[in-house]
Design a protein around this ligand. Structure first.
Ligand code: HEC
Length: 404
């Protein structure tokens, strides 16, 4: 009896201590203890019936916020579901929350875009959301992509520049035949160009794949100097493919050891010869210090595997001809005392005096070397990605690029 009373008396302060402990250790605890997914799943199913209720919406936001500390495919799936429920509520605060996820939680941009697209299909009027959807074109895949394409088709607003039209073609190429019409509809809306239903005097209607080919060719004629609207092919005997690496990397959460080893891979794979990252690296290519504030993991992978997928206008490739008839191709930067430096794809810089320059012409070929991952093991690729994703100061907002 006495003991029992004692415990009862102690209980409140015990609870308080435990509470303080958990908040002190919240960072570590969150990293090690996974949330109770089945329970949260059940709870969100219940909340789905009460979207009109503000408390229910706040609870959904709290669930998503709690999950944002973790990363694995099941958690992403649940977050996608929660974000879509919030979008379905059409409540202003809920939509604002999803927009914040899009801006601040780069790795979950695709799920946030999916949710926003479902909202936009109902209400295709907000221009800021249109911009988010456009920016998501580099990350959405599968059903997310279909929904984003459909939402963009509902807007009167059209994106008419080559970069985004090319992206829609690229998305369409990756979608299964049954989903390709979503890309075709948007291409028709944006370009005003229609594919005739019958071609070559044949009675068979044109397939969706053939219609996409039509837009590819149309694009090549309209913008002959732009990057080709097709996925670059990796050499046949490549050790790594995008699909395999993307699937294997997606569920992984990296730690300090990955990051530390990744530093070495970054130098070994010559990345440091062109890219600044924190303290290290030359300034020939884009600064990658905060790149994970701007790009999802799959975009990093794409950028490394397919250097010609997107060119960065701030780092134009050039071909330089000297007065003595030599040519150099690569990235250019101002060197010391009246010289110009050109760095080729192996990362070797050559200094040329201004007096020796005959001409400089732009080139539409990325200087980033292809096949950089070929000599690396899977472990080394993980470490490299971990290092790329690491930010010395994760709270620093990333300068926003890529606005249409
Ligand atoms: C010879 C110079 C060079 C080397 C070596 C190089 N890159 Fe690049 N990289 C570039 C340039 C230039 C760009 C800008 C895009 C373009 O025009 O190709 C770029 C773009 C990128 C991007 C996309 C950045 C963005 O803003 O989205 C990533 C990620 C990247 N590089 C990672 C790497 C990694 C990792 C390595 C090493 C395996 C590497 N690069 C080696 C020159 C280089």
């Amino acid at each position: 009896m006495f003991q029992r009373l004692e415990i009862n008396r102690l209980l409140p302060s015990l609870a308080l201590t435990l509470c303080m402990l958990t908040s002190l250790n919240a960072e570590q605890a969150n990293k090690t203890h996974s949330p109770d997914l089945p329970a949260l799943m059940q709870e969100s199913d219940k909340l789905a019936q009460m979207l009109d209720d503000q408390t229910a919406r706040h609870r959904l936001i709290a669930i998503d916020y709690e999950l944002s500390e973790h990363q694995n495919p099941e958690i992403s799936q649940l977050r996608e579901k929660v974000l879509r429920l919030l979008a379905k509520s059409e409540d202003e605060d809920a939509i604002q929350y999803i927009r914040t996820v899009f801006e601040t939680d780069t790795e979950h941009r695709d799920e946030a875009a999916y949710a926003l697209s479902e909202y936009a299909i109902q209400k295709p009027s907000s221009l800021p959301i249109w911009r988010f959807l456009i920016r998501s074109l580099t990350v959405v895949e599968g059903e997310q992509a279909v929904s984003v394409l459909k939402a963009l088709s509902r807007y009167r607003q059209r994106a008419t520049n080559s970069r985004w039209i090319r992206r829609v073609i690229l998305i369409g190429l990756r979608l299964p035949e049954a989903d390709k019409p979503a890309a075709l509809q948007l291409l028709r809306h944006w370009t005003g160009v229609r594919v005739s239903r019958f071609q070559n005097n044949s009675d068979a209607p044109v397939s969706s794949s053939d219609s996409l080919k039509f837009y590819q060719n149309w694009f090549r004629k309209k913008w002959p100097d732009e990057l080709d609207p097709s996925w670059p092919n990796l050499p046949e005997n490549s050790r790594w493919s995008y699909e395999v690496l993307n699937r294997k990397l997606a569920p992984l959460q990296f730690n300090k050891e990955n990051v530390n080893r990744g530093k070495l891979v970054y130098s070994k794979a010559n990345c440091a010869k062109c890219h600044p990252k924190g303290e290290r690296g030359e300034k020939f290519g884009p600064d990658l210090s905060d790149i994970s504030g701007l790009r999802q993991r799959k975009e990093l992978l794409e950028a490394i595997l397919f250097p010609n997928l997107e060119l960065n206008e701030d780092y134009p490739s050039i071909t330089l001809l000297t007065t003595s008839g030599k040519t150099y191709s690569g990235l250019m930067s101002a060197g010391k005392q009246g010289t110009v430096s050109v760095v080729g794809s192996e990362g070797k810089a050559v200094s040329i005096h201004k007096n020796e320059i005959e001409s400089i012409s732009p080139s539409r070929q990325s200087n980033m070397p292809a096949g950089a991952l070929e000599p690396l093991t899977f472990q080394e690729i993980c470490d490299l990605i971990a290092f790329l994703e690491h930010r010395a100061n994760p709270k620093r907002p990333y300068h926003k690029q890529g606005k249409p």
